[in-house]
Design a protein around this ligand. Structure first.
Ligand SMILES: O=c1[nH]cnc2c1ncn2[C@@H]1O[C@H](COP(=O)(O)OP(=O)(O)O)[C@@H](O)[C@H]1O
Length: 167
């Protein structure tokens, strides 16, 4: 399995997407597909998201924001095509600063790989969305995700020591 995220202009990790345009003319899934073209140059004739791809809805009361999270499954050849197309997107270099594959494994030291990736900064609730995608699509079991998540929490406390050790 591979899972695509992006490195954003603001230094956070995130998923392609964005705010709905003002006015009643756009549904969430239409807004998503519009953003997917702008941010990752997605070929909508083949890979447009559908309402049934929705995985998670989240309400942020303080920001007055509802986030809708969709996940689309494609085969590995298609995944590679989607990934390469990002470099030609309208927003490459302005909003989208990188396209990346999430490391979906943990190395034998128990922290390199997925736990280290989790220790990045994420936009909004993107870290939670990532964990949800991984379990919903059966990429890792809930136990595996929980173990990695605990390691990440540990890393938050020990980051300095580990980096000193690695250097
Ligand atoms: O990948 C994501 N997952 C969840 N929330 C996100 C993600 N990216 C951005 N957000 C949140 O959505 C809101 C709008 O984000 P942003 O400013 O990037 O929208 P825009 O792309 O329409 O300009 C912010 O509150 C941000 O924290």
């Amino acid at each position: 399995f591979s899972l695509q995220m992006q490195s954003r202009f603001d230094g956070n990790m995130g998923f392609p997407g964005g705010l709905m345009d003002k006015g009643p003319q756009e549904t969430p899934v239409e807004a998503l597909n519009r953003e997917l073209v702008e941010e990752i140059n997605l070929d909508l004739s083949r890979f447009a998201c559908q309402q049934e791809d929705i995985l998670l809805t989240h309400v942020n009361h303080s920001k007055k924001l509802v986030t809708y999270f969709y996940a689309k499954e494609v085969n590995l050849v298609e995944f590679s095509e989607i990934e390469k197309a990002v470099l030609d997107s309208e927003e490459w270099g302005t909003e989208t600063f990188g396209v990346l594959r999430v490391p979906l494994f943990t190395m034998s030291d128990g922290y390199r790989g997925f736990p280290v990736f989790l220790a990045n900064k994420f936009a909004g609730n993107a870290r939670i969305q990532l964990l949800k995608a991984i379990t919903a699509k059966n990429i890792l079991s809930e136990d595996e995700v929980n173990t990695a998540y605990r390691k990440y929490l540990e890393l938050q406390q020990k980051t300095e020591d580990i980096y000193r050790f690695d250097d």
